[in-house]
Design a binder for this molecule. Structure first.
Ligand code: GLN
Length: 498
């Protein structure tokens, strides 16, 4: 194991996995390489916790598995987790002061599955954890500026946002600080940062991946997924992440784990791609539109047929989401009271004041805003007017998708109306909310969605194409993305100076 490739970080997950299996590189060498990159490139603000001793111990265990010949397709490949997944060996903050220094007594199911597996039970994929990645506080945000630990910078332009809330994940993958990362998507938090940083990310069907150990934001929407540089890599990770978890997440689907790599190469001939008129209206920036249009042409070249469709309630997804998500958040965040987890105010007069001071000091502005909105829409007298109406429209949005899928197999459009904006560029939260318009509908419907890089817009910032599929059609989305990536090289573009 001598010839350590200096450009190890340029290898995809699939390539690195092959080198590990062929013993051209050891898991320890790979881990050391990425650990030193993460230590050098701290200016991105991507990592919140690194524990090199833990990482190297995991790498040694992976090398043992590789040597013993009982390795899986991902064994020894490094990855990093969004800091919303609880981890025993790394601190978990969810980007919040409220959880500063918190150590979970257990690992999230997704972490276990990608890592060492259940002791004495089913083996995990054997990936090696490099650390925890910055994110918006409790995954609330679209720019990673709501993290209590500072914003993440976009590797393509350090004065721009990487997107959010999985901004650390997308930035770290784009900057080749890790071959892959986990993310979570409640209303777009995998797809939008993937788009802004020029990487590939997929949010599976709601319920595909266990939410056990994911710090809850909006439980009926939260879903885990991978970010990596290619659809092929995402397929490898997603296959390891998904599967039922009946004892720990009652909403996890009773659908067996699937090998999403199997149909990556299927032909696209005859594939009907639905183009929702509402995704191409006046709010869409011309540079994003140009890159998306060019990608759609490429998909036509590959044999797909574009079919006009309508998702008439697209605009309503913003008010609906920003009622339902805060409602659920206000309930989920009630557990942070200074008693059970993490932070407690230093000074207070009595128990009530302790709750008050802890929550006042522990939560950031956006989280407080959402707790207030959520509490309001759930309160007696307003529940019917807001929450109930939102739930009804949510159902109609899901129905609209089913009508669309009667005439198409996959839906395509932009991920976000613009490329990444400047850090500090949105002065009020509503501007952020409005920019979620194209990712929220699939989230509300619980459908799988992904983003893949398809070009560059203004300021040479990446543009992503969003693909949305019907329930449980992740393999189809990955197949379309893979064929596109076989025919083009947008996904191989690399930010300068990193
Ligand atoms: N931007 C959306 C929000 O702020 C989505 C976040 C997410 O998917 N976690 O809620």
């Amino acid at each position: 194991m001598t010839q350590i490739t200096s450009d190890l970080h340029d290898l995809t997950v699939a390539q690195l996995a092959t080198q590990l299996r062929e013993r051209k590189v050891s898991a320890v060498e790979a881990a050391q390489h990425f650990l030193s990159r993460a230590a050098i490139h701290t200016k991105l603000g991507a990592f919140l916790d690194r524990q090199p001793d833990v990482t190297l111990a995991q790498a040694r265990a992976a090398d043992e598995r590789l040597a013993a010949g009982n390795a899986g397709p991902l064994t020894g490949v490094p990855l990093a987790h969004k800091d919303i997944f609880v981890t025993r060996d790394f601190a978990t903050t969810a980007g919040s002061r409220m959880l500063k220094g918190y150590h979970s007594p257990f690992d999230a199911t997704v972490v276990t599955r990608l890592g060492a597996g259940v002791p004495g039970g089913s083996p995990g994929a054997g990936m090696v954890t490099l650390g925890k990645l910055n994110c918006d506080e409790f995954a609330m945000g679209s720019a990673n500026e709501n993290s209590a630990y500072g914003p993440v910078k976009n590797p393509w332009n350090l004065s721009c946002t990487p997107g959010g809330s999985s901004g650390g994940s997308a930035a770290a993958v784009a900057a080749r600080l890790t071959p892959a990362a986990t993310g979570t998507d409640t209303g777009g938090s995998i797809r939008q940062p993937a788009s802004f940083c020029g990487v590939t990310g997929i949010k599976p069907t709601y319920g595909r991946a266990s939410r056990y150990g994911m710090v809850a934001f909006a439980s009926s929407l939260d879903q885990a997924g991978p970010l990596a540089r290619s659809a092929e890599d995402c397929a490898l990770l997603l296959s390891a992440m998904c599967g039922p978890d009946p004892d720990r997440d009652s909403t996890s689907l009773d659908v067996p784990a699937e090998d999403f790599s199997r149909s990556l190469n299927a032909e696209l001939a005859g594939l009907r791609i639905g183009i929702p008129a509402e995704f191409f209206g006046e709010g869409l920036a011309p540079d994003v539109r140009a890159a998306v249009d060019a990608a759609l042409k490429e998909l036509e070249q590959l044999g797909a047929r574009l079919v006009p469709i309508s998702l008439p309630r697209t605009e309503l997804s913003i008010p609906v989401y920003y009622i339902i998500a805060p409602a659920e958040a206000s309930s989920n965040l009630s557990r942070f009271d200074g008693v059970k987890f993490g932070f407690r105010a230093k000074q207070y007069t009595d128990l009530n004041d302790m709750y008050l001071q802890t929550r006042e000091q522990g939560f950031g502005d956006e989280v407080k805003r959402r707790i207030m909105i959520g509490t309001y829409v759930l309160s007696h007298g307003y529940y019917d007017a807001y929450y109930l109406q939102a739930q009804k429209i949510r159902r109609m949005i899901a129905d609209d998708f089913q009508q669309a899928f009667a005439v198409c197999d996959v839906i395509a459009g932009p991920v976000a109306p613009t490329v990444a904006w400047k850090l500090g560029g949105h002065s009020d939260p509503l501007t952020d909310y409005l920019a979620d318009i194209f990712t929220l509908p699939a989230s509300l419907a619980g459908l799988p969605g992904m983003s893949l890089p398809v070009g560059f817009g203004a300021g040479h910032l990446p543009v992503g194409l969003q693909l949305i599929g019907n329930y449980l059609t992740e393999s189809r989305l990955l197949n379309v993305a893979h064929r596109f990536q076989q025919a083009t090289d947008w996904h191989t573009a690399k930010p300068q100076g990193i």
